[in-house]
Ligand binder design. Sequence first.
Ligand SMILES: Cc1ncc(COP(=O)(O)O)c(C=O)c1O
Length: 412
Amino acid sequence: MNYFLYKNNQLHCEEVAIQEIAAQVGTPFYLYSKATLRRHFQAFDSAFTAPHITCFAAKSCSNIAILNLFSSLGGGADIVSGGELFRALTAGVDPQKIVYSGVGKSRDELKYGLESGILMFNVESEQELDALQEVAASLGVQAPVSFRVNPDVDPQTHAYISTGLAKNKFGIPIADAPAAYQRAAAMANIEVKGVSCHIGSQLTQVSPFVESLAKVKKFIHRLHKSGCPIKYLDLGGGLGITYDDEEPPAPLDYARALEAELGDLGCTLILEPGRVIVGNAGILVTKVLYTKQGGKKFTIVDAGMNDLARPSLYGAHHTILPVEERGQGREMGDVVGPICETGDFLARDKEVPLSRQNDLLAVMSAGAYGFSMASNYNSRPRVAEVLVDGAKFHVIRRRETLESLIAGEMIP
Ligand SMILES: Cc1ncc(COP(=O)(O)O)c(C=O)c1O
């Protein structure tokens, strides 16, 4: 359920006509609905009855206004870089609700995390553990640690966003984890706190989550027996959304299935949802520059693969709607951007709105891995981000300028 709806044939975000925002902010821009963000966060968070912390995956949508909103609703953050830590802290996220994942944390990043007093590091290799021990010793502190275990479970999703198979770079093999925990427990500046696991993104079935939890649960029982207390069980993120015709489980069904498998392990759950909260709470608004008939019909818009990478990167589907519905109908064709790459498309061989110059189009379901994956490729300033709250809208990130493109560059 989201708040992007037509009223009098004009697409609105909550109570604001998108055309009005475009007239004031220009195009392209990302547009988020606060009521939708709030609703999705609360639907997910309240689905769990066990003690838990919902640590929003900052990588999916990292604007500080959005991190701040989830923090005000009691959430934390799942981060994967020093940059995301900086954002989370700036947004006011409680450090004791921040978990830090990622295979390649640098020593500077480990130090930043320790100095900030985050809840725990999800360590992904034995060498990272050694580095963390060294950095913690140099600061004279204890590093809170969980190992990210790789359960070798197939999440049945796109290969690029599958993370829990043995052939993926993430985590340590679950078979090697007992030895890793034993080593960690003996280290002077390491405090073992939890076990973590994240098997992939855009999962549309609950069974891979349950299969992976069953393996991790068995492992935690084993750790408890060997006298290693585990306070936190981090189940990662990954719940999918409907982009097209997918039918992912609702958060309540997901939570029920997980809690049924969990039993009474006595751990506080950490959850790291990203896409399921922001995916359908944001859209990309773009303007038609030109249309042309080549070997097929092309609608050329002012947003490209640098603004929304998912179609080019994953062949992902995003439904495209006209901002003004005047009965124009739809046609087969491509919606393409201005980038000099054949792979630059927002829709390829899809039914798209029959458009004319200056029409506004809404690229739906773009809230997750949209702006956060945007780049300056082809020296295109990154677009503005706008948040609607009822009848008002706020620019939460200004459109970049030409000056900002070369900030930091020097001619020697
Ligand atoms: C460690 C970790 N946690 C959470 C997430 C969020 O996943 P999603 O946006 O699918 O919920 C990701 C994304 O890949 C991740 O790598």
